[in-house]
Design a protein around this ligand. Structure first.
Ligand SMILES: Nc1ncnc2c1ncn2[C@@H]1O[C@H](COP(=O)(O)OP(=O)(O)OP(=O)(O)O)[C@@H](O)[C@H]1O
Ligand SMILES: [Mg+2]
Length: 392
C-alpha cells in the first residue's frame, strides 16, 4: 500500500486584500481612503500525493497554485484545514524566493542548504555539483541581485535537487530557463521519479504535465475543480480557459432556436459511443424554433483530446439553407468514413446567425465518441486500403 507523502485536508487560506476605493479626485485629495476586505485564496482544498508520485498542479492565474505550494512547504500557515508531509521538502517557489539579493551565489547556496537542514560540511561536499549543475561557475562569487532571472532559477533548482529531498515542490520556474536547462531539469525530475521521490509541479506548460505527471489537479478560484488522470485534467483546464474566451456563454445563446436533443449513432441507426476507423458516424440534432428565424446556420465541430479543433462544417457549406426556420426540425450530419485511427472526439453543435452576430444555442463539447482500432497501430490517419495479389 502506498502512503501519502503529502496530505492536504480541507485547507483554506484567507488573505486580506487592500484596495483603494474608486473615489473622485476631490475626495481623494481630502482623504486617502483605503479599504480592506477578506477573501479566500484557497477553500476546502483536499488532496493526497502518494509517496513516489508526481502531481501536476495547473490552473489559471490567481487560482491559488503558489499559495497551495507555500502551504505544503510550510512557508504559509493555512487559515483552516491541515497539511501533513513526510520527509525533507525542497521547494523551488517564485523567482528568487529564498535568495538574499545582497549575498553572493556562493553565500546563498550555503544559506539555502542550511535552511534545508544541511550542515556546512555536507554543503561543502555538494557545492561543486550544485554550481556545476547551475552552470554558474563564473558568477558564483557575484551578488545574486546581478543575476538574470534564468540564473536565479538555475541556482535555485540546483540547490533544491542536491539536498536529497523526499519531496520536491517546483513552481512554474522551469519555464524561465533556456531550452537546454529546461531539458536538464526535466531529466532531473525523471531521475527523482525513478528514485521514488515525491514531486509537485506547478506549470502553465501543460504538455509537461502530460509528459511527466502521474496525476494532475486543476485549481480554479481557490478550489479543486478536477483531479485525476493528467490527460483528462488538462482537457478540463483547456475547456475552462476556452470558456473564458467565449463571447457567448457555455450552453447558452439567445434561444430563438434551441437544441432539443443530440444523438450520435452508427450507420445502422443504433446509438453508440464506440467506432472503428473508416466507419460512418451520424450526428443527429433536433432543433426547435421559438420564433421564425431566417437563414440560420447549423454547425458541428470536432475537437480531440488535446482540445485541438479537428474538423467542422455546417448546413450551408453542405449546400443546404433554411430561408425561414420554423417549428421543429431534425438534422443529420453523416461523417461517411472516420479518418481517425484512435482517440476520443468531442462534438460541439450550434445554431447561429449567418454572420455569427447572434448565437442562438450552443452545446460546447457536450458529446463524444471513441475511435479504436484493434492491434494494428498504423500512425496518424486512417486510409482505407485495398490489398491485391496475383501470380505473375
Ligand atoms: N500575501 C498575499 N496577500 C494577499 N493576497 C494574496 C497573497 N498571496 C496571494 N494572494 C492572492 O491570492 C490569490 C491566489 O494567488 P496565487 O499566487 O496562489 O495564484 P497562482 O495560481 O499561483 O497564480 P499564477 O498562475 O499567476 O502564479 C490571488 O488572488 C493573489 O492575488
Ligand atoms: Mg503562482
Amino acid at each position: 500500500m502506498t502512503v501519502p507523502a503529502i496530505e492536504v485536508a480541507g485547507v483554506g487560506k484567507r488573505f486580506r486584500r487592500y484596495r483603494e476605493r474608486p473615489t473622485s479626485l476631490k475626495e481623494r485629495l481630502i482623504r486617502f481612503r483605503v479599504t480592506a476586505d477578506d477573501f479566500w485564496a484557497l477553500r476546502e482544498v483536499s488532496l493526497e500525493v502518494p509517496e513516489g508520485s508526481t502531481l501536476g498542479l495547473i490552473g489559471p492565474n490567481g487560482s491559488g497554485k503558489t499559495t497551495l505550494l507555500k502551504i505544503i512547504a510550510g512557508i504559509l500557515r493555512p487559515t483552516e484545514g491541515s497539511v501533513r508531509t513526510s520527509g525533507r521538502i525542497a521547494a523551488l517557489l517564485a523567482l528568487g524566493a529564498g535568495f538574499h539579493p545582497e549575498l553572493t551565489g556562493r553565500e546563498n547556496v550555503y544559506l539555502n542548504a542550511s535552511i534545508l537542514g544541511l550542515s556546512r560540511q555536507q554543503t561543502d561536499r555538494l557545492f561543486d555539483d550544485i554550481v556545476g549543475f547551475a552552470e554558474l561557475e563564473e558568477f558564483i562569487d557575484s551578488q545574486v541581485k546581478f543575476y538574470s532571472s534564468g540564473m536565479y532559477v538555475r541556482l535555485g533548482f540546483a540547490v533544491a535537487v542536491h539536498v536529497d529531498p523526499a519531496i520536491l515542490l517546483v513552481d512554474e520556474v522551469l519555464a524561465v530557463g533556456d531550452e537546454g536547462f529546461q531539458r536538464k531539469c526535466l531529466d532531473k525530475v525523471r531521475a527523482f521519479q525513478r528514485e521514488g521521490r515525491t514531486i509537485v509541479f506547478v506549470t502553465h506548460a501543460v504538455h509537461q504535465v502530460l509528459q511527466v505527471c502521474d496525476r494532475a489537479v486543476l485549481l480554479n478560484r481557490g478550489t479543486v475543480q478536477a483531479q485525476g488522470d493528467p490527460g483528462e485534467v488538462v482537457r478540463d483546464f483547456r475547456l475552462l480557459m476556452m470558456k473564458k474566451d467565449l463571447a457567448y456563454g457555455w450552453d447558452q445563446g439567445t434561444k430563438e432556436i434551441e437544441i432539443v436533443n443530440v444523438e450520435i449513432f452508427g450507420a445502422d441507426g443504433a446509438s453508440r459511443e464506440h467506432f472503428r476507423p473508416g466507419e460512418a458516424v451520424v450526428i443527429q440534432i433536433d432543433l426547435k424554433a421559438n420564433t421564425p428565424v431566417s437563414d440560420p446556420i447549423i454547425s458541428f465541430a470536432l475537437h480531440d483530446q488535446q482540445n485541438d479543433f479537428v474538423f467542422g462544417t455546417n448546413n450551408d457549406w453542405r449546400g443546404s439553407r433554411f430561408p425561414v426556420f420554423e417549428g421543429k426540425h431534425r438534422v443529420q450530419f453523416t461523417l461517411k468514413s472516420l479518418p481517425f485511427v484512435g482517440g476520443r472526439y468531442y462534438v460541439t453543435v450550434g445554431v447561429h446567425a449567418r454572420d455569427a452576430s447572434r448565437v442562438y444555442h450552443v452545446h460546447e463539447q457536450r458529446y463524444w465518441f471513441d475511435v479504436k482500432l484493434g492491434a494494428e497501430n498504423p500512425g496518424a490517419v486512417w486510409i482505407p486500403v485495398e490489398f491485391r495479389a496475383e501470380p505473375l
